[in-house]
Design a protein. Structure first.
Length: 224
């Protein structure tokens, strides 16, 4: 009589499959454990200091040339936040906005980035009466006699209402003839001042708003 069943020895292929399955499961478990460990270490790692992100953001924005060094940039950033914490106006240049985002984000909302502009100006000396107020070689010119203080090196100074100097430049070479001599110049300004007072040498002061400077520039006429 034969038994109801017969035990057959396991084939080599089935043993190999069992070992391969066990090995694959082990590899997967190890990989999961490694990933979990990496994530755990990353979570425990302290975040980089805000100074690092601030300097990186300045570099990405191309604003690092506004500061003498990284230390100077960081000092400026902290100063911006101290002024805001003391009740200063929530406004500033683009570098100030980066400082706010990095060091005192509670002021980010409502912070206004001040606009900047390069202002073009002309200063015209006129001598329609022929009183030798202008000397000219037919192409270049400058003031003479009573206007001898007007020339290429005459300073143009821009101040705010407090008398603080915001920008300086010079008239540059005059062009024209003995009847009309025109000097062209330019200077940068940033909004946020109550007014902008432009003076050319000792020829008086002229007051503008930021909008006027940006839209119309500076046009000053001397003589008749």
């Amino acid at each position: 009589m034969l038994p109801d069943y017969v035990e057959l020895p396991a084939s080599r292929s089935s043993i190999r499959s069992t070992w391969l399955g066990t090995g694959a499961a082990t590899v997967i478990l190890v990989m999961v454990a490694v990933v979990a460990w990496v994530l755990l270490m990353a979570a425990r790692r302290p975040p980089p200091p805000p100074e690092t992100g601030y300097l990186s953001a300045l570099k990405e924005a191309g604003l690092t040339n506004q500061f003498n060094s990284d230390a100077n940039a960081v000092a400026h950033g902290h100063q911006v936040c101290r002024q805001l914490e003391d009740g200063g106006p929530q406004q500033g240049v683009p570098a100030d906005k980066i400082a706010v985002d990095s060091f005192c984000p509670q002021f980010t909302q409502g912070f206004h980035i001040l606009d900047s502009a390069t202002v073009s100006g002309i200063f015209v000396v006129t001598d329609s009466a022929g009183v030798d107020a202008i000397t000219s070689d037919g192409a270049t010119c400058q003031g003479a006699n009573g206007y001898s203080d007007v020339g290429r090196d005459t300073q143009v100074i821009v101040k705010n209402g407090k008398g603080e100097i915001l920008a300086t430049t010079a008239l540059g070479q005059g062009k024209g003839n003995s009847a009309n001599c025109t000097f062209s110049f330019s200077f940068p300004v940033t909004e946020g001042q109550d007014r902008y007072v432009v003076s050319v040498g000792r020829r008086g002061e002229f007051s503008y708003s930021f909008g006027q400077l940006r839209a119309q520039g500076v046009q000053i006429h001397l003589g008749h």
